[in-house]
Design a protein around this ligand. Structure first.
Ligand code: OXD
Length: 307
């Protein structure tokens, strides 16, 4: 079996070595150093334009959960199955990240950080956890894990998904019809949607205005889901109390971008769930093995849905 390996990350060779250890029978080529021959499968992450030109693979394995970058490539072979990474240590990180955001906002930690900058000693009224509702937008594998985790912490949790989902203890809403109801009582909105043509720009003024005054936004899906100017207006008008942004329309976020210095915005550099290479390469090796044996492989992308 021949594998063509490509990664936009700096340590591509190290990741390839991890995968090669799991698949000792396979021959690997690291793109672009060696990539001229025919390969059975591609393992890639954010391949640059031209990667697929003139190539055919039996399957493509994406080294991340989101396939938006891959699906945008006009030269992506049309019928080749694409498999994404499923969890591989990402769900636990997202649980931690959102739990930290929820506790920080509930306990006014962002306000206390700003007060410290002014040497201001002022106690704010406590807010009970049971009155603080968190809304998870996007109930895929990761969204469901985060919803369950917050529920176990004692927060009232609601979830919204394009299609119906049922999660014990979580009030679930679906589709256009359920969106307003979902937003009206959501005090902290966590966007975990995949990026598709439908979700691009979904975090806009019309949607954010449906949140109650003083709500907080956590954006951990993709940066292009956020309409930047609308967020800034909502913060400046006081409708939103703050935002925690982990994903940006342009990454890295340019040094002169307004988000860096906005007093109500916290920026993290796309770390809500980082790819854990050992676990990810183990999972991809298992998927490749199963695929080559003709078994069914989970994580198959539905190109019509975009995830
Ligand atoms: C992913 C990511 O999609 O890291 O896995 O953003």
């Amino acid at each position: 079996m021949k594998v063509l390996f490509q990664s936009a990350d700096a340590d591509a060779q190290a990741s390839l070595d991890l995968l090669a250890r799991q698949l000792p029978q396979a021959h690997f080529d690291l793109w672009p150093q060696a990539g001229g021959e025919a390969h059975d499968v591609a393992v890639c992450w954010k391949p640059p334009p031209g990667f697929f030109r003139g190539r055919r693979f039996r399957a493509i394995f994406n080294m991340g959960a989101g396939v938006d970058a891959l699906l945008q490539d006009p030269e992506l072979p049309a019928a080749t199955p694409i498999f994404r990474l499923e969890d591989a240590g990402m769900a636990e990180q997202m649980e931690e990240y959102v739990a930290w955001a929820a506790l920080g906002y509930l306990r006014n930690m962002d306000v206390y950080v700003r007060q410290q900058e002014r040497a201001e000693w002022k106690q704010l009224d406590p807010r009970p956890r049971e009155n603080f509702s968190i809304g998870i937008m996007g109930l895929g594998l990761l969204g469901q894990r985060v919803a369950r985790y917050l529920h176990a912490m004692g927060f009232p949790v609601r979830g919204w998904n394009r299609s119906e989902r049922g999660i014990d203890g979580v009030t679930c809403y679906a589709g256009e019809a359920g969106l307003s109801k979902f937003l009206t009582d959501t005090q902290m909105l966590v966007c975990m949607l995949p990026l598709t043509p439908e979700t691009q720009g979904v975090l806009n003024a019309a949607l954010l205005a449906q949140l109650p005054r003083g709500a907080y936004l956590v954006s951990i899906g993709r940066g292009l889901q956020l309409v930047e100017a609308d967020l800034l207006d909502m913060l400046d008008s006081g409708h939103l109390a703050g935002a925690l942004l982990d994903v940006m329309p342009q990454e890295p976020l340019p040094a002169d971008h307004a988000f860096w210095r906005h007093p109500l915005i916290t920026v993290t550099p796309h770390i809500s769930a980082q790819t854990l290479m050992e676990a990810s390469m183990r999972q991809i090796a298992e998927k490749i093995d199963a695929f080559m044996r003709g078994e069914s492989v989970s994580g198959l992308i539905d190109r019509n849905k975009g995830y």
